[in-house]
Design a binder for this molecule. Sequence first.
Ligand SMILES: C[S@@+](CC[C@H](N)C(=O)[O-])C[C@H]1O[C@@H](n2cnc3c(N)ncnc32)[C@H](O)[C@@H]1O
Length: 237
Amino acid sequence: MNSRQQHIRDVFEKTNYRNQLVWLNAGNQTGSIQIEICEKILTEFPEEEITALEIGSAYGGGVEFMAKFFYGRGRAYGYDTFIGHPKDLADNQKDLEAYCMDFWYEQGKRIKELAKDRLDYNYQRKILDKQMLSNAVLVNGRIDEHSFDDIKKIHFAMFDLDLIKPTRIAYETIKDKFVSGAYAMFHDSLPPDHIPNIHKFVYDEVLKDGRWQNINDKWDEAETIAGLVTILKRRLF
Ligand SMILES: C[S@@+](CC[C@H](N)C(=O)[O-])C[C@H]1O[C@@H](n2cnc3c(N)ncnc32)[C@H](O)[C@@H]1O
């Protein structure tokens, strides 16, 4: 492990240890890549107020992490239904995009940190408020074309909705708000057969329009595949 990787691991372990809300992606490579991207953002946008989004924030840990990380430098927004995965939005209830959260909800019957009441908006708000994370903003409800009305500029967006329909709505609604040099991560876009609709959307639509550079080659393929993630950087303009 080189010193950069060691540094990321140190931040990751400390942050995860201190998190009071569960961050599902902390359990896979995506969490450490997300931390790495947040570090890049801090150094690449030294003068700007940062806006970072976790679109599909579940138990809230990713938003908690980013609010702490960007405290004094910007805001972290979390988007979710706060009542569970809206699987009815999947065309086929037998597809992974429909049932992928069932595993966690099932665990929640035994593990209190994953219980369904931990998805609740008021519960998460209280935990964030207790830590005085006034820069954490929770946006409650199903994603639609107005979910992002408050956002003017975006430096980072993590797309993690599992479902193709709201992923497309979210991306189409915010795609013109990314600043030059911004980052986006799409969870579940790899490998191609994991959630094929998300993969096709990212590789055949998002990347084809030319505004993004796929920067997955900055990580080992094993890391991005393990993290199920595609990392994009907005071309400079
Ligand atoms: C895989 S989880 C997110 C995990 C989270 N990023 C983490 O690492 O802890 C997917 C989340 O997307 C949310 N979601 C899916 N479709 C949605 C929609 N249309 N509107 C709002 N939230 C949605 C689900 O409720 C679920 O909590």
